[in-house]
Design a protein around this ligand. Structure first.
Ligand code: MG
Ligand code: ZN
Length: 222
């Protein structure tokens, strides 16, 4: 088969990109410092559009809101759909619209953090923009990073997005009730994850029944 591979730096200016990533990392460190100072634990939730990030956050909120003060940053290109859905749970939500940008970055998070009273917050969920590619390169200053993969995304989702799994602390395999309809098995998705990183923790969830949510809470000590 004939194939063309982009060389490093061929697609866009690599120096500019390195600068940008370095600046982002510095800002992410600052964010983490600010969160630590205020004893806030931040969880970055990454995954494609339709993987179930918002539903997962809502499930976590329902189980945590009685004992913890929660906040959410909802990243999205242009809409407020997810933020409105999360608001139904009566927690503080800050919408970040990135416009054409397909990921959140540490600068946007720094701006969003100013909208919260961090002293009164225990846990901050950050819903990243629906994309499994560049969020990997942009740490936000969160303490843990979750990747949500849903069985409805077909059998190659994990294998085609290896980089995001290298940055993750937990992989949530969602919509497990649809395995048969989709002809995709939890076992094969799990195998694909472990081919990339054998030690990476996976938890299966169904956000309609709440299956797996308590296991996430335990694993992340929320
Ligand atoms: Mg969403
Ligand atoms: Zn992007």
């Amino acid at each position: 088969m004939k194939s063309i591979k982009a060389k490093e730096g061929e697609i866009f200016d690599i120096e500019l990109e390195e600068d940008l990533l370095k600046r982002n990392e510095e800002l992410a460190e600052k964010n983490k410092h600010l969160l630590d100072k205020n004893k806030v634990k931040a969880i970055d939730i990454m995954g494609s559009v339709g993987s179930g990030k918002t539903s997962l956050i809502k499930n976590l909120i329902v189980r945590l809101k009685k004992k913890r003060c929660l906040g959410v940053i909802a990243g999205d290109l242009t809409t407020t759909i997810d933020a409105e859905r999360i608001k139904e749970e009566k927690v503080e939500v800050v919408q970040v619209n990135t416009g054409k940008e397909c990921h959140l970055d540490a600068n946007l998070i720094a701006r969003a953090l100013k909208e919260f009273d961090l002293r009164n917050l225990d846990i901050l969920f950050i819903e990243n923009v629906g994309n499994l590619i560049c969020p990997a390169e942009f740490p936000l200053g969160s303490h843990k990073r979750i990747v949500v993969v849903s069985l409805t995304e077909g059998p190659w989702m994990v294998t085609k997005h290896p980089y995001i799994f290298r940055e993750a602390d937990l992989v949530v395999i969602n919509k497990i009730d649809l395995a048969r309809a989709m002809k995709v098995s939890v076992e094969s998705i799990t195998k694909d994850v472990h081919r990339i990183r054998p030690e990476l923790k996976t938890i299966c969830t169904n956000c309609l029944t709440g299956e797996g949510i308590e296991e996430i809470i335990k694993f992340l000590s929320l």
